[in-house]
Write a protein that binds this ligand. Structure first.
Ligand code: NAI
Ligand code: MG
Length: 331
């Protein structure tokens, strides 16, 4: 495996090294390729990402990404959107699962669902127009785009509890009627149990009855909102990993940003970055190693080894090292 490692800015430079150390502790045949992308690079060169960087990323099997600070430039084009588009990573995956010894603000602990968000179209298609006092954003939903995300969700459901919830607003938008139809057909032909829910009601249900869900599939903006909302079940921004997956490439990153408010203090929680490694291992088929990483994170947190965002006093490196110690004690 050839892995591009992008630390990015702010706490990306603190949490990604811990994630890489965890990966190294597993002694797998993985070649790491460091790539500099982000605000730091923009300040030095005027570019946050170059065509050459994109080529480097394309030449790797997958990417581990920290976070980038958005430069204060109205013409700035999102690095993340650029990478997702260029590498056609259409599925954004966010597992929502409790961690040992941690309770989120909802007080729930019996949930285990995954949000599968379409990542390339919807309201984030980038087709925009402004005419004097009216601005238009085109919401694109295609049969092809809907089909591939529906297939991904169904495949994932087959490996879990075989249940897909399709989230949409088809009572108001024709684009979502197409999305719903395609998802239903795909689930039907794949022998996957499915139901559908309007997105506004889903916001309520996901917070109130999270235990009812297995795989939740939806369009770009709805998925963006529901997945951040789901963080309320978990406990900290510093705990949530994510994956962006396409046919040829995959990209793993903590959900959080560069956190300039705590950058440099060495207190950022590395768990989201370390669990991104778990998702990477799972994607590549290193399933035993993926479970080992997850188990070690849970063991460490359960022992009370926590960073300040979780009410603890440990540093980024101390938490990272405790996870590695746990791994080493099990291999
Ligand atoms: P953020 O996620 O960086 O921070 C939000 C809050 O959560 C802050 O109080 C921060 O201290 C805390 N936090 C985040 N991660 C943490 C961790 N691992 N451990 C402990 N506390 C943590 O979001 P914010 O402040 O809105 O954005 C900061 C910068 O990051 C902006 O320039 C934004 O554009 C960028 N950003 C980049 C993302 C990416 O590259 N994927 C995603 C989100 C934001
Ligand atoms: Mg978001």
């Amino acid at each position: 495996m050839k892995l591009a490692v992008v630390e990015g800015d702010g706490i990306g430079k603190e949490v990604i090294p811990e994630a890489v150390k965890v990966l190294d502790a597993l002694s797998l045949p993985i070649e790491k390729v460091p790539v500099e992308i982000g605000y730091g690079k923009w300040k030095k060169t005027g570019y946050a990402i170059t065509d050459e960087d994109i080529e480097t990323l394309k030449n790797c099997d997958c990417i581990l990404f920290g976070a980038v600070t958005t430069p204060p430039d109205p013409e700035y084009k999102s690095v993340l959107l650029t990478i997702r588009k260029e590498l056609d990573m259409y599925a954004n995956i966010r597992p929502v699962k409790p961690l040992a010894g941690i309770t989120g603000v909802t007080g729930k602990s019996d949930f285990n669902y995954v949000i599968v968000r379409e990542n390339t179209e919807g309201l984030y298609s980038g087709i925009e127009e402004i005419h004097d006092d009216v601005a238009y954003t085109t919401r694109v939903v295609s049969r092809k785009g809907s089909k591939r995300i529906a297939e991904y969700a169904c495949k994932l459901a087959k490996m879990r509890n075989n249940n897909v919830t399709i989230v949409h607003k088809s009572n108001v938008m024709k684009s979502d009627k197409l999305f719903l139809d395609v998802c239903q057909q795909t689930a039907e032909s794949g022998d996957v149990n499915y139901s559908d829910t309007l997105v506004d009601a889903m916001a309520y249900y996901l917070i109130t009855y999270p235990e009812k869900y297995d795989v939740v599939v939806t369009t770009n903006l709805f998925g963006d909102i529901l997945s951040d909302m789901s963080a309320a079940h978990i406990g900290s921004m510093g705990l949530m990993p994510s994956a962006n997956i396409g046919e040829e490439h995959a990209f793993f990153e903590p959900v959080h940003g560069s956190a300039p408010d705590i950058a440099g203090e060495k207190i950022a929680n590395p768990v989201a970055a370390i669990l991104s490694i778990k998702m990477l291992l799972q994607w590549y088929g290193y399933n035993n190693e993926a479970s080992l990483v997850e188990r070690s994170v849970n063991y460490t947190l359960n022992k009370g080894i926590k960073t300040p965002d979780l009410g603890g006093e440990y540093t980024t490196e101390e938490l990272g090292q405790a996870v590695i110690d746990s791994i080493n004690s099990q291999v």
